[in-house]
Design a binder for this molecule. Structure first.
Ligand code: HGY
Ligand code: MN
Ligand code: MN
Length: 417
């Protein structure tokens, strides 16, 4: 193994500066919110492509709005090791979830470029445009487009203002009839490796800066709509009410109680609820809410979803409500490829850190990329395990550790035999 040349600059400092620069691009002045096919999406894409070009990469926006950077190998046209993560956020997000993987990968390529180092394979860095799925119900849109598994019916999906994805893509300057152009062939990729914050408390509890991911937990998302009867808050006796919000509340507590009795790491979340007509003195006639169910084991998750739906149906019947419930997103648990995971572990060890393996409870673009490449992930510790929250934070030394391990992985990478 070639003697390691320490990075010419502190990669950690460059990473932190760029994380903060990207965080400043938000639709809200007082929090970080960057949503698919918005002016903020466009501004973030331009900033990231500029960093990619500074790092010696050719950079472009693909047919669905992913930012794609390529650093050629020893000769043009070689298959690539793809790195990356997503650059969209949840609402009122932290600044590290997603961008850390893109910015760290660019920093590593920049270091190779500064040293004039070329590899026997190409390196690509992809910034996925919509991993969180905040604007339209479906998620992983960018990585599914690259994997060739984008579901064209999603183009008909509407955001909360009633704009269809189809029109939103046109308004953004993309051609919704040609999303397929983003698809890559499996032969073009040697593997996909994503660096990401852990978004949980385990690495901090273990006092470790990095962790090797074993699998990405599967998830099921559902959209629920309960209908009762709106009425006057002052005149309708309690026994005669068909209160959709009280019914939703009973469903939500039932979901929490069901998941709280631990079943192999089962978790359930109701993250969004909307009650109509939404006036203090009107009994809610209609409520819509979302459900997110996850487990490291797909069988448990599927059984849990069936049990939860059954409980909701019982509550709805007893309260004389009507129910519409649809699965809006379903992803199987994705195992990391042992041969690639082993190289992540070797890079962790080579950089002097203890190898610790852990599953990911959070979803990632690797759940879509698995359809065209073997995947592996490297986790970086985040303070308090906090994520999807403005207090999300990574210490500079941990950002540096993640970059050193990723750079080592890249320079020692061996394609699958
Ligand atoms: O929901 C998730 O697990 C990811 O943050 N999109
Ligand atoms: Mn996230
Ligand atoms: Mn993420």
């Amino acid at each position: 193994m070639e003697a390691k040349v320490a990075p010419a600059v502190s990669l950690g400092a460059e990473i932190v500066d760029r994380i903060n620069a990207l965080a400043a691009i938000s639709e809200m002045p007082d929090n970080i919110t960057r949503i698919f096919l918005t002016p903020e999406h466009r501004a973030a894409a331009e900033l990231i492509m500029g960093w990619m070009r500074d790092a010696g990469m050719a950079a472009h926006l693909d047919a669905i709005g992913n930012v794609c950077g390529r650093y050629e190998g020893e000769r043009p046209g070689l298959p690539c090791l793809m790195l990356g993560s997503h650059y969209d956020t949840v609402r009122d997000a932290g600044r590290w979830d997603g961008p850390l993987g893109i910015i760290t990968a660019i920093a590593c390529v920049g270091d190779l470029h500064r040293r004039g180092k070329k590899l026997p394979f190409a390196l690509e860095v992809t910034g996925f445009a919509d991993e969180e799925g905040v604007r339209f119900a479906s998620t992983l849109l960018g990585s599914r487009a690259i994997a060739g598994t984008f579901d064209e019916s999603a183009l008909g999906g509407k955001d909360k203002t009633g704009i269809r994805m189809y029109e939103a893509m046109r308004a953004f300057g993309l051609d919704p009839d040609h999303v397929g152009a983003a698809a890559r062939a499996p032969s073009e990729l040697l593997g996909y490796v994503e660096l990401h914050i852990e978004q949980g408390p385990v690495l901090e509890a273990k006092k470790l800066p990095v962790g090797v991911v074993t699998a990405i937990a599967g998830a099921t998302r559902l959209a629920v709509e309960l209908r009762g009867m709106a009425g006057h808050a002052g005149t309708v006796p309690m026994a005669l009410r068909r209160d959709a919000l009280a019914g939703a509340a009973e469903c939500i507590v039932a979901i929490e109680e069901f998941c709280a009795t631990d079943r192999d790491g089962l978790v359930g979340t109701v993250g969004y609820i909307n009650a109509m007509p939404g006036a203090t003195n009107v009994i809610p006639g209609m409520v819509s809410f979302t459900i997110d169910i996850r487990s490291p084991r797909d069988s448990y998750r599927k059984l849990a979803v069936a049990d939860i739906v059954r409980q909701i149906e019982e509550i709805v019947k007893r309260r004389h409500l009507t129910l519409e419930i649809n699965v809006t997103h379903e992803n199987r648990t994705v195992p990391c490829a042992p041969w690639l995971q082993k190289q992540v572990a070797e890079a962790v060890k080579a950089e002097g850190y203890r190898v610790f393996e852990l599953p990911s409870g959070a979803g990632h673009d690797g759940m879509a990329m698995i359809d065209i490449a073997d995947v592996a992930m490297l986790f970086v510790r985040c303070r308090g395990g906090i994520s999807h929250h403005p207090d999300e934070h990574v210490d500079l030394t941990d950002a540096e550790a993640g970059a050193r391990v990723l750079l080592r992985l890249i320079e020692d990478f061996k394609a699958k035999g």
